[in-house]
Design a protein. Structure first.
Length: 295
């Protein structure tokens, strides 16, 4: 009984805070930043962006997600992770950000997606489920690996969608370049691995030349301070987007940007962040039809 009590997430979090006080401070900073706007407000902004950008009815996609078998599965698997009796790392993508990632992939209909940082498969599963609904697409993932007593990388991934998934185990600095060369052109790159300025920038710079003409760059944890000295430093995602003249928007802890003809390999242009997605410039208005496809 005592072991079960001590294994609960609250006590695990408290134990980590005692062992790593600086991380506890960073987590408090993140929570304060995320309280600046409500989840409902951020969701409304997201739905407006996706509807305009892709010519879809994003609220309908949200309703589809919430009534899906996968949505129920995901909630059950989160509960199972909380009850897991062995060691596991905190860092699974938040519920809102997972939802946003599903909606983005569902609306954009990418054919080739690359993501880094799988952990237990939270964000990865949402990409895969959206690809399966679209009826097209392949996901190539890179993760540095796990210890044998942790939950598996596919903890959140249903067996029905695993045929669309390639998982590469290793450091992205070693594995990402050959994976991108093999894919040649990708439609979407999602970062969710090491969230330091240097590593995020390196991944974005490495993936950017392989993005298709209208490719998507997205990142989780764009509000996370990398360390105590860097609390007030701008995140690498918006800084990269400005250097590449990419219009971008952020929704809670997730950022997304779209490559356009105005996103050259090098540029001095620094466009402003899109504060209101309902007023995106016409170059962002790009219609794509979508259909629901069974898994």
């Amino acid at each position: 009984m005592l072991r079960q009590i001590l294994s609960r997430p609250f006590f695990r979090m408290a134990g980590k805070a005692i062992r790593h006080p600086s991380r506890a401070v960073l987590r408090l900073v993140l929570k304060a930043r995320l309280r600046r706007s409500s989840v409902d407000e951020e969701r409304g902004r997201l739905l407006a962006l996706l509807s305009r950008q892709f010519g879809v009815e994003a609220p309908g996609l949200l309703a589809e997600y919430r009534r899906s078998e996968f949505h129920t599965w995901f909630q059950q698997r989160r509960a199972a992770l909380d009850r897991f009796d062995g060691p596991y790392r905190f860092g699974t993508t938040g519920v809102f950000e997972c939802e946003a990632l599903y909606l983005l992939v569902r609306a954009a209909r990418p054919r080739v997606v690359v993501d880094t940082g799988v952990l237990y498969g939270g964000s990865t599963a949402h990409i895969l489920e959206a690809l399966a609904r679209n009826g097209v697409g392949k996901l190539h993932s890179i993760d540095i690996g796990r210890s044998p007593d942790e939950p598996p990388h596919d903890h959140f991934v249903r067996p029905e969608v695993q045929s669309r998934w390639e998982l590469v185990i290793g450091d992205s600095r070693r594995e990402l370049p050959p994976l991108l060369r093999r894919c040649e052109t990708i439609d979407m790159f999602h970062h969710d691995s090491l969230h330091t300025w240097d590593h995020m920038t390196w991944e974005f710079e490495t993936a950017f030349p392989h993005l298709s003409a209208d490719g998507i760059l997205s990142s989780d944890d764009i509000q996370n301070p990398p360390d105590l000295p860097g609390i007030f430093r701008e995140n690498a995602f918006p800084a990269f987007c400005r250097r590449r003249a990419m219009q971008y928007a952020s929704f809670r802890n997730m950022g997304m940007a779209f490559r356009t003809s105005g996103s050259p390999a090098t540029t001095e242009a620094q466009p402003e962040r899109v504060s209101d997605p309902a007023h995106l410039p016409p170059t962002w208005a790009r219609s794509r039809s979508w259909v629901e496809s069974p898994i």
